[in-house]
Write a protein that binds this ligand. Structure first.
Ligand SMILES: Cc1cc2nc3c(=O)[nH]c(=O)nc-3n(C[C@H](O)[C@H](O)[C@H](O)COP(=O)(O)OP(=O)(O)OC[C@H]3O[C@@H](n4cnc5c(N)ncnc54)[C@H](O)[C@@H]3O)c2cc1C
Length: 525
């Protein structure tokens, strides 16, 4: 099937790009599972933008660079932050019902921000944004939304009927999850907006589909990826054996929440960051909690906001309050048990300010990219912003260059010779769990070279197994994800081994110091 532009992913980045393109072009948006299955719908805290009279772009830029430990690209940081007020304006026009304070938008403050600058819709901002973008896209005659399509690989020159072998990207092979058939979708331009790779880790706040598919597909097709070792761990995920992966937003600490060692009953952040305490950047807080848990043999620590008036807590955190009440915790009177969990993938496919990757015809936007915005650590609430800015930038560049793009040539259909269904689904489950467990234990918050080498060894063994499996059986979403999860894990470990220092989110006991010069870890296929 031939289209003008194909977008893989229906989160904030994908739908922003789709709406930008659709005034002039016909756009196909593909999504694995449902159209609301990405991280966007799960975002709680909000979106960062300079909107307050006392705030400045310079301060937002400085906060972003401090969090990113100098690894950010200044040009990108300025590009994104200066476009933030416009991005918020667009969302207001789309009908996102941000909280207001009189005539202005209500702004909260989060860790690492020197000002109140986070716009939000209660504590469920992502859902409001996802719904508004999706409604607009559904209503647009030039946008076709196809859920239930798991993209397997990019179509490049080597798939052309008249083999060219070029790195030019022409689209994707996508599995129709309902019929099991693989479709070839081609277009003049393709945008990857596939989100992060959080599910490489045992504990992650990300949705199940965050398996690094776009990063792995781009890498296999020949694009560079960068800074994959910079994996952000959210300090405060609810600790509960039944309800897994429920995030307690940073805004709880922003509004006065205190971290307490449940054994001693004492606040402990003063031992790790005496100045910023609970408002220190995420990596500092996550490492502090990890250290406290390991030192005292705890299962969790407490996050306590019960000293604030009950109406204030319920008013600011209605979703969290309801969720916790449902499992017997009243956060207006009791502390919340929390642990750190993987939360955000800072590294990804290398893009420029137009969202262009190394491969002609291939763009990328959002969490699957490394744009230079986050550097060694993402500042809270900068990531949705990155999706809007680069979704729009990619769309604008495609529109500008449209006449110079060749139409897609005829390509080979998917090789349907693998007709056998997997006979042992248990193998996929076993391998998936194994990867997530050793990534958590060996490539987690605190690393060592020895642990990274152990992980690398495991990955080598598993790669043979997975490739053998992939080569013999009919593809399924689980198998596609497993292959990508393993590929992404390999890129994370390889990047972590390359960095001979501790910087931002990458902390290794073997190289605890930060080197004077900040250098990206760039992997070239
Ligand atoms: C719990 C939680 C809270 C967060 N809170 C905030 C916050 O307050 N503020 C903030 O700025 N950021 C927050 N983030 C981060 C932010 O939500 C994400 O970085 C952002 O939403 C990513 O958007 P995206 O468009 O890049 O990808 P996503 O929204 O993750 O969408 C990815 C899309 O790609 C599709 N896809 C993936 N692989 C394939 C494939 N192989 N084939 C077809 N489709 C595929 C998925 O189906 C999905 O449609 C939070 C994240 C989480 C998990």
């Amino acid at each position: 099937m031939i289209h003008d532009v194909i977008i893989v992913g229906s989160g904030a980045a994908g739908l922003t790009a789709a709406l930008g393109l659709a005034e002039k072009l016909k756009v196909l948006v593909l999504a694995k599972g449902s159209l609301t299955g990405g991280s966007t719908a799960w975002a709680q805290g909000g979106i960062a933008a300079v909107l307050d009279a006392g705030d400045t772009f310079e301060e937002h830029i400085r906060d972003t660079m401090i969090a990113g430990a100098g690894l950010n690209r200044q040009e990108t940081v300025e590009f994104v932050i200066e476009r933030a007020p416009h991005a918020i304006e667009r969302l207001v026009e789309l009908g996102v019902p941000f909280n207001v304070d009189g005539n202005s938008l209500h702004l909260t403050r989060e860790g690492g921000h020197s000002h109140r600058r986070i716009v939000h819709v209660d504590d469920a901002t992502g859902w409001a944004v996802q719904s508004a973008l999706l409604k607009k896209a559904e209503d647009h005659p030039n946008i076709t939304l196809l859920p239930g399509r798991a993209c397997i690989d990019l179509i490049t020159g080597k798939h052309e009927l008249r083999y060219s072998g070029s790195g030019r990207v022409w689209g994707v092979y996508a599995l129709d999850e309902a019929t099991g058939k693989v479709e070839a979708h081609t277009a003049r331009a393709t945008i990857l907006a596939t989100g992060g790779a959080g599910r490489c880790y045992l504990f992650s706040t990300a949705p199940r589909g965050a398996t690094g598919d776009g990063i792995a597909m781009a890498w296999r097709a020949g694009a560079r990826v960068s800074n994959m070792e910079m994996m952000q761990f959210h300090p405060t995920c609810l600790y509960n054996l039944e309800v897994k992966n429920f995030l307690i937003t940073e805004a709880v600490r922003g509004e006065g929440g205190r971290l307490i060692n449940p054994r001693s009953g004492k606040r402990f952040m003063e031992f790790y960051d005496a100045e910023r305490l609970e408002l220190a950047p995420r990596d500092v807080v996550a490492r502090a909690i990890d250290a406290e848990i390991k030192r005292f043999g705890l299962d969790y620590v407490h996050l306590d906001i019960s000293h604030q008036p009950a109406d204030f807590v319920k008013g600011h955190f209605p979703t969290i309050y309801e969720k916790l009440i449902g499992i017997g915790i009243d956060m207006t009177r009791q502390p919340i048990p929390v642990v750190p969990a993987q939360h955000y993938t800072c590294g990804g496919v290398v893009i420029d300010l137009n969202g262009q990757t190394d491969l002609p015809g291939l763009y990328a936007a959002g969490e699957c990219t490394e744009s230079g915005l986050h550097g060694a650590n993402r500042l809270a609430s900068n990531s949705l912003l990155e999706c809007f800015v680069f979704g729009e930038a990619a769309a604008a560049h495609i529109l500008d260059c449209w006449d110079a793009f060749d139409p897609p040539p005829p390509v080979q259909p998917w090789d349907e010779s693998r007709v056998t269904n997997s006979d042992e689904e248990v193998v996929i489950k076993q391998l998936w769990t194994e990867i997530r467990r050793f990534m958590w234990n060996y490539v987690g918050i605190v690393r060592t070279t020895k642990r990274l080498e152990r992980a690398q060894h495991r990955i080598k063994l598993l790669t043979d197994e997975v490739e053998d499996y992939y080569g013999h059986f009919r593809v399924s979403t689980d198998l596609i994800e497993l292959r990508n999860l393993l590929q992404t894990a390999e890129l994370i470990v390889r990047s972590a081994l390359k960095r001979k220092e501790s910087r931002g989110l990458h902390y290794t006991l073997d190289y605890p110091k930060m080197l004077p010069q900040a250098v990206d870890t760039v992997l070239v296929p």
